[in-house]
Structures are given as structure tokens and as C-alpha cells.
Design a protein around this ligand. Sequence first.
Ligand code: SF4
Length: 381
Amino acid sequence: MTRVSYIRNLDSIRQLPESEKRELLPVVERYQFRTNSYYLSLINWSDPNDPIRRIAIPQTGELREFGRLDVSNEHTNYVAPGCQHKYPHTALLLCTEMCASFCRFCFRKRLFMEDNDETAINLTPAIDYIRHTPQINNVLLSGGDPLTLSTRRLTHIIEQLRAIPHVKIIRIGSKIPAVNPHRIINDPDLLDLFRRYSSPTGRIYLMTHFNVPQELTDVSLHALDLLMKAGVVLANQTPILRGINHRPTVLAKLMQQLAVAGVPPYYFFQGRPTEGNLPFALTLVESYHALERAKAMVCGLAKRASLIMSHDLGKIAMVGLDRDHIYLRYHRAREPKNEGLLMVFRRDDSAYWLDDLQQVSSKYRSDGLCTLGDQMIDRFD
Ligand code: SF4
């Protein structure tokens, strides 16, 4: 059995020069550092731009002013400790503030800060809320990374959710298959848990978080295979990140390898303008171009996902771009009346987020306006 050890101190990383460790002290004082021996072993230390290094190792650019800690105003979604309810059918349980490796670009890095109390150890009020809210048919376990919980604790949560008849789908958002696949391989009880509670009448989905092809090692592929054999449905979500996966060739390779592994891409996210994340930020136009170019290089199975902004108002897809306009559409809306709404904004190549754009017009999909381009603009005008 391969043992993986946690690393919480930059001093333990012998490959990192002493001068760099000193330089990074104020960064780790502000934004916590934590990784593990498996994930570090994937870094090519002779390449200063190694993507896994950029994901796991702090950089001074994180201290540059940018964004907010809770860009999507998640604090407004709580209905019980640790439980957010933003969309009618979905509840989100923040069940831990721990991860197997903290990603430097994390949009929930506020959870790892000392005074944060958004996650809940006692999920009883949250589970009660879900039990008494029949429209919730799927529950997403997140955090933090739920697979850092003990299998016993995870069993307790999943058993309670499975006892609620209207909860059909349980989703687990986890980067464990990428950052510590041994957690899955070494724990037959975890796989038994999935086998027991993922069935044709109620599936468990694992939303993986592979950012770059280098994370799809043989060990990771083995862990993914075990999950699939245990009846878990897999799909991947990743933000598009400067210096990590923003090159179309890298994205295309990731998409294709994920499709081959049976983990189709689900969401590509526009990075939220979160504090500390300037080094990873891409404008909307840059992300759109990167993804569209990557899509042109892969087969249909690899490119079903679209570019999504997880905004306070809902999940908003960037669906088109021309010389003068950016076209967005609600994929999920906080306000049901906005579901499917198509919106046109003035093109702004410096915009990172919806809030940076100036709206021209909007129209509901029910009006039959699903096509993009000049014809639609005429009708809007
Ligand atoms: S694994 Fe997910 S929650 Fe944890 S640091 Fe990375 S992005 Fe954030």
C-alpha cells in the first residue's frame, strides 16, 4: 500500500530554493498552503512553469490586488449550517473545510481561513431541511473535498441522504482522483459504500477536478476505473486557468484523455475573480477562444461541456462572440423567470466577469431566439 504524507510547510519541500521559501512567507500567511507527497511527485522541478507546480505551490502574484473572497455571494444561499439552496432542485452541502492539496486558484479559499464557519460538522439541520423540501432531487457534497472525510463519516452522510425518497442523485465534488488517488485505491470500504448506494434508481456521481493532462497518471486512471466498477458515474469540471491549462492544445489533450478514461468534461468554468487569483485570471474572450480552439481538435464526446460563469445570478454560459458583441445565456438561473434567458453584451476584451460587461439586450429562449449573430441582433434592436 502506497503511503501518502501531507505537507503543510514549504520548508519540507527540498526542491524549492530557500530564497523562494522566504519570499513566499507572506503569501502562505494570507492563503493557507497544504499539499501531499503524491501530488508533489508529479511536478517537474526543472520547469519553472510546470502546471502542477502552479496549482500547488504559492506565488507572490497572489498578493496582488484582485477580486473578492466571495465573488458569487455564496453567503446569501445558506438555509441551514453548511447547506446552500440556490436552485430549486439542488442542495449544496459544504461538509468539510479540508482538501488533500489546496489549489492556489481556489474560489472557496475563504473556507480555509481561520474565522470562516461556512462548513458544518453537524449536518442534522441541513439534512432535515432537505428532508422537508421535496423539490430537492439532487444533493451536491462539496467543501473542501468530501473524500478527505473518513469513510465512516461519509457513510453516515450518504446513508441519511439515501433515506430521503426524493433525493435521487448524490453528487460528490472531489479533486482526490487527481491529487491523491491512493485514497480511493487503498480503501475498499469506500468503494463498498459507493457500490451499496449507487444504483439504477439513484446514482452517485463523482465530479472530478482534473485541470491538466499530467494529473491523469496510471494511478489516477486505476482509481477512476475502480470508481466506475463500483457504479459511480464520473464527469469532470475545471476552470480555465492562465499558465495551467489555457493553451488550446493543453485543453484539447485534457478533454480527449478524459473522454478516453470515461470521465467526460462537464463544465469548463470561467475563473471567478477571487482574491489572490490574478496570476490565473483570463478574460472572458481569452477563455472562450481557448475552449473553442480546443474543441476544434477533439471528438464530440470530449467537447460536450461549455464555458460557464458561476455567478450570483446563476450559471451563465458564454455561447458566442462576434466583432461587437458577447452572447451569454442562463444555464441555471437563481430566478426561475431567467431560465434560458439569452443576453447580448457589448464586446469588451478586458472583461473577466459578467459584472464587467455592458448589456445591450436580452430575450427569452421561449421566443424562439436560439440562433446567434447579426440576424438576432436585428430582432433585438
Ligand atoms: S480541491 Fe477544490 S475546494 Fe480544495 S482547494 Fe482545490 S479547488 Fe478548492
